[in-house]
Design a protein around this ligand. Structure first.
Ligand code: ADP
Ligand code: ZN
Length: 725
């Protein structure tokens, strides 16, 4: 008799512990099992198998069965899950689920089988009556190809299939099939000859003694080819690879390029697939059939073994932090996997996050650059347009004169243009359209956010309240605005100006649904439209060769976003959107509209001066004690019932306050307030916001947050949250 340590698949801290069960020799660790639990049965996961148990043998219960022969959880998955659970204080069941396709747990899809027919040995075509022409043809066909799927045969040979099989000429067999989402995808597949810079990047990654390499390459410098070359070498060494990209970059072009290069060795995990497809792709990885896991954030949990390389493309992208429990950082998990496997981790970006770049210049990461575009194509020229002057000249439209003119020329030449609008939904910043003044917190130097419910301006970092000024405090002007123009308005305006132009719009409204943005990107890529108008989504790494003009309509909106990272975000956005222009033969151009043309961040973005941007930004962060020189931690309390939420908040606050009083030297700032948006989707939200000097208090903060046992009130910790709404 053996014993298994089982975690039951119930995400609740009350049952978040090991339960011992008796089992047979055939049960191994990592299996998904069905066990009796309380009065019923439940699914569980085998963490370990052992020969002895402390439990009274008379009371021990038995594992009823296991679900799969091949344990869905690898040794590495179990190892990582335990670490993640401890780090973020979440139940093991919740963490283990990260490693499994949700389709497996819900049981909605199953392995798929198909019937194939084969010719029976020893039978010949001559034995079939000559007038049964179809049957003869079918038999001949099958002896040539070996076997074929029954559905396809029936389509072509109809009743001959059954007749021939009844007569003993054919036999049926069942075959496992994988749903292939990219069947028939094709693209150029030949590896390109690497440029000297690319080759140097590849060599650096391979030869460095550091685990992490930051590949800092300008837009269009050919980073993808570097990754592909490294992946190819990894496969040659008989290892596996994980290739992470932002969800939006999983375009059909990119996927078919990967498929063409690596064939069925690639498995793609992304939300655009059907449940069945996703399950099959996961299974192909688990079974070792596929060796390259490509996907968005969650693919970092891919069930591959013997990992030889991890890549995080566009590492600065916000989509790499999880917004549901556990709130993990993709980089952190990738690093754990790199260490576990003793392999390399590559971070790529044209605009690395300030935190990452600092770790590279400090020597913790290797740093390698691709300073030029492929074939020495020039970076598109960026022209700054002063929108204050446009307003003064009576142009109240969202388009400057220069942009309208260039757009006209672009369309006349039959090229394509992208118009980028900086809109993130809720946050509203007060800006003077006459002088470019922005309302900021006097304590924190970040932009204030307008709250229409209270008619007040608030600082999201310290909670200070300000009154909405009746006129601009700087110039006395009356054009204070806090609403930007939406994409819809832009499209209407464009249609009036350029009635013949075909326009596509891409924002959260048009991209809902499974294939939303793929469809739009595909249409634009095949030149079914001349202008693409969109928000953040158009900024990511797309490669559209005919785009020669990019217009950034309101660069300021993110510059004054109420966030210490707003400068960094703006630099990234401008660089990324600009990078869509002029990627092929014709040189590109960028028109950047702003109310603040002297702004240092916009100027360095326009000059493609990342180092200049970084130097300024990092000294500002140091002076203001923002990350990476401090850690911003927010404990959120949310619940549908305000009274219950407040009750919990009180308890959490008291415990945190005790911690603060005992270690004031660890805290730069400690405060309780409503979260800036008091209700989201019917849930009241409260927060305790803290700024810590180091990570010393984190463990305690997580512990306090995890000890709340109130039903229907959720408490969670966020580290350096991407937004403070
Ligand atoms: P990035 O990801 O750095 O923005 P891409 O990987 O999209 O750049 O590459 C930009 C373009 O250059 C692509 O069209 C790609 O096919 C092409 N390219 C990349 N490497 C080479 C090379 N060694 N020789 C020729 N063309 C290349
Ligand atoms: Zn403030």
């Amino acid at each position: 008799m053996m014993f298994a340590e089982v975690i039951v698949d119930i995400a609740h801290s009350d049952v978040d512990r090991i339960y011992d069960y008796a089992c047979g020799e055939d049960v191994v660790r990592g299996m998904r099992v069905v066990v009796p639990f309380g009065k019923g049965v439940t699914t569980g996961f085998v963490m370990r198998v052992k020969e002895r148990t402390e439990l009274d043998p008379a009371r021990i219960r038995k594992i009823l069965r296991y679900e799969e022969e091949l344990p869905p959880l690898t040794a590495e998955s179990l190892f990582l899950a335990e670490k993640i659970s401890a780090r973020y204080r979440v139940p093991m069941a919740l963490t283990l689920r990260l490693f499994l396709p949700s389709e497996m747990r819900t049981g909605k899809v199953s392995k798929r089988y198909e019937t194939v027919y084969l010719p029976c040995e020893g039978r010949t075509e001559e034995e079939i009556p000559p007038r049964a022409v179809k049957q003869r043809a079918l038999f001949r066909h099958l002896t040539e190809v070996g076997e074929e799927e029954s559905a396809r045969l029936r389509e072509e040979y109809g009743s001959a299939v059954k007749a021939l099989s009844d007569a003993g000429f054919l036999r049926a067999e069942k075959r496992r099939v994988f749903r292939d989402p990219y069947r028939g995808a094709s693209a150029e597949s030949t590896p390109k000859k690497l440029t000297p810079s690319q080759q140097n990047a590849v060599d650096t990654v391979k030869n460095t003694d550091k685990t992490v390499t930051l590949l800092h390459g300008v837009t269009g410098s050919g980073k993808t080819e570097v990754y592909l070359s490294l992946i190819a070498d990894t496969l040659k060494a008989d290892k596996t690879a994980i290739f992470l990209v932002p969800e939006i970059s999983l375009t059909p072009q990119m996927l078919s390029q990967l498929r063409a290069r690596f064939g069925s060795a690639v498995a793609i995990l992304h939300s655009g697939l059907s449940a069945g497809e996703r399950y099959d792709e996961w299974l192909r990885l688990r079974e070792g059939e596929a060796k390259i896991a490509v996907g968005a954030r969650s693919a970092v949990f891919a069930p591959v073994e013997r990992v030889g390389l991890l890549v995080i493309d566009e590492e600065h992208d916000g989509s790499y932090s999880s917004e549901t429990a556990p709130r993990y950082e993709t980089f952190g998990i990738a690093l754990m996997r790199a260490r576990y496997n003793g392999c390399k981790l590559v971070l790529g970006s044209a605009t690395p996050s300030v935190e990452t770049y600092r770790r590279a210049v400090m020597g913790e990461f290797e740093l390698v650059k691709l300073p030029e575009r492929i074939n020495a194509r020039p970076m598109p020229e960026v022209k700054l347009v002063d929108m204050r002057r446009e307003v003064r000249r009576g142009n109240a439209s969202p388009f400057s004169e220069l942009l309208s003119e260039r757009l006209g020329e672009c369309l006349k030449k039959g090229n394509q243009a992208i118009l980028f609008l900086n809109r993130r939904g809720y946050a509203k910043t007060v800006i003077c359209r006459d002088c470019g003044y922005v309302a900021k917190c006097t304590q924190c130097d970040v932009a204030l956010t307008y709250h229409s419910d209270e008619g007040a301006l608030k600082c999201h970092y310290c909670g200070s309240n300000y009154r909405m000024p009746p006129a601009c405090p700087a110039c006395g002007g009356r054009h204070l605005g806090y609403e930007g123009v939406g994409t819809q308005r832009i499209v209407l305006d464009l249609k009036k100006r350029f009635p013949a132009a075909r326009i596509l719009r891409m924002d959260v409204d048009t991209t809902s649904g499974k294939e939303g943005h793929y469809r739009i990107l595909k249409q634009f890529a095949s030149h079914e439209a001349d202008i693409l108008v969109g928000t953040q989504m158009v900024a990511k790494g797309h490669d559209f060769p005919s785009v020669t003009l990019v217009g950034i309509l309101d660069a300021d909106m993110s510059l004054h976003f109420a966030d210490y990272r707003s400068g960094e975000r703006t630099f990234q956005l401008v660089t990324q959107v600009a990078g869509r222009s002029g990627r092929a033969q014709e040189p590109g151009e960028v028109v950047l509209q702003t109310y603040d043309p002297e702004n240092a961040i916009l100027r360095s973005a326009a000059a493609y001066d990342y180092e200049g941007f970084y130097a300024r930004e990092i000294s500002m962060r140091e002076a203001m004690l923002f990350p990476p020189f401090a850690k911003i931690v927010r404990v959120m309390v949310t619940g549908e019932e305000e009274g219950a939420a407040v009750e919990v908040l009180r308890g959490v606050y008291t415990a945190l306050k005790e911690l603060y009083d005992a270690h004031p030297e660890e805290f730069l700032f400690f405060n309780r307030m409503h979260s800036p948006i008091k209700r989201i989707r019917g849930k009241y939200r409260y927060q305790v916001l803290m700024r810590l000097l180091g990570g010393g208090m984190l463990k305690e903060i997580y512990r306090i947050a995890s000890e709340v046992r109130e039903r229907d009130v959720l408490v969670y910790v966020e580290e350096d949250p991407a937004n403070l709404s």
